[in-house]
Ligand binder design. Structure first.
Ligand code: ATP
Ligand code: LTN
Length: 334
């Protein structure tokens, strides 16, 4: 608990342009939860270098992502918004936890298998131990809840297992975190292939709506979205393209699938896709405008970066010192 509130941690990688999937599956929930919890939202740049990055591009994207957190509605006075690389406790705790995590556990991680297949020329040890660093992120702040998309559940289970293993040996050191999966938008699929997750690293830009896409681009991508030849708007697994568009529509408008299906009863796919596009534009446009405003205020963003790194380090060090003591590292001489 911090300030009588439960603690929430989440993070995103600055490895591409964020998509509507990232917003609806993660960022939107973060904003909704930010009053109830003491929140830490990190730009997890340590994770990003598990895949080769151009340094200048990574730096630029990391700043854009941090700005986007604020633009999406996270108040940096109330929420700790910071770069993971500015808080050394992440890497330090990660090392310790790696000594409490089994190779067999990491071998089972599907994200590792996917990324190793995709980057066969660079299957580095960091890619393999990535989930340990994620566990360290979460446990460093004694987090109670972690809002993520369904794809991250396996990493969260591992985090809980490692924390429980550590606690069983050393006593109650870590809070055991719970995942928080949003009701709508937990898995937004590609507009070009509804069997595939909408992803910022997709090579086909038409499959994803990017958060900074202009309204014309958004409308065009929605119009071109893959559907089927059944010519009916129902919420069913038989029609994954239509179902995905309904999910997007509902997550953006706050309507339920039942309400949406009634609304589009008897209407054609063309009209339906236009309505989806308009709903997406109405959600993204205000965020884009705010990003443009914030980008002009360098001093403000710099202050957020500095102050929040200090705040995060303070809480991170509290946990880290406790853990170091438990495992038997010598006390610091002051
Ligand atoms: P990459 O393509 O680089 O693997 P990604 O687009 O899958 O990236 P992540 O950085 O892995 O995104 O995820 C950031 C957050 O967004 C996570 O909480 C993840 O669960 C969520 N998320 C990512 N894609 C989707 C999606 N299509 N639908 C819902 N949530 C998503
Ligand atoms: N692995 C996550 C990003 C991430 C994260 C975290 C999410 C790193 N550390 C801690 C929640 C909590 C991803 O790829 N989406």
């Amino acid at each position: 608990m911090i300030n009588d509130k439960k603690v929430l941690f989440s993070g995103m990688q600055a490895t591409g342009n964020l998509t509507l999937g990232n917003y609806l599956g993660a960022l939107k929930n973060w904003v909704a939860l930010s009053d109830e919890y003491e929140c830490f939202y990190s730009v997890v740049d340590l994770h990003s270098i598990t895949v080769r990055q151009d340094p200048a591009v990574l730096r630029k994207r990391a700043r854009a992502l941090l700005t986007l957190y604020i633009a999406a509605g996270l108040d940096p006075e109330k929420n700790c918004i910071y770069y993971q690389s500015h808080v050394s406790g992440h890497a330090e705790l990660s090392w310790i936890l790696s000594c409490f995590t089994y190779m067999g556990e990491l071998n089972r991680m599907t994200q590792f298998k996917d990324k190793a297949a995709k980057h066969a020329d660079n299957i580095n040890a960091g890619l393999f131990t990535y989930p340990v660093l994620m566990a360290a992120d979460i446990l460093l702040f004694q987090s109670d809840v972690v809002p993520v998309g369904i794809d991250q559940m396996q990493h969260l289970e591992l985090t809980r297992d490692v924390a429980q293993r550590f606690n069983a040996i050393y006593g109650d050191v870590f809070t055991i975190p719970e995942a928080y999966i949003g009701k709508t938008g937990a898995k937004i699929m590609s507009l070009q292939d509804p069997a595939k997750k909408m992803s910022k690293s997709d090579e086909n830009p038409n499959g994803s709506i990017y958060l900074m896409d202009d309204p014309d681009t958004i409308m065009r991508k929605c119009k071109r979205a893959v559907t089927d030849s059944m010519a009916q708007i129902v919420y069913s697994d038989e029609q994954p393209g239509v179902k995905n568009l309904l999910n997007i529509y509902c997550a953006c408008s706050g309507k339920t699938p039942d309400e949406a299906v009634k609304e589009f009863d008897g209407k054609g796919y063309g009209e339906f896709k236009m309505a989806v596009g308009e709903e997406v534009v109405s959600v993204l446009k205000p965020i884009q405008d705010r990003v443009k405003e914030l980008e002009k205020d360098k001093v403000y963003i710099d202050n957020v970066i500095k102050n929040n790194a200090e705040k995060a380090s303070y809480y991170a060090n509290k946990t880290l010192r406790k853990v170091q003591k438990k495992v038997g590292f010598p006390e610091r001489i002051r």
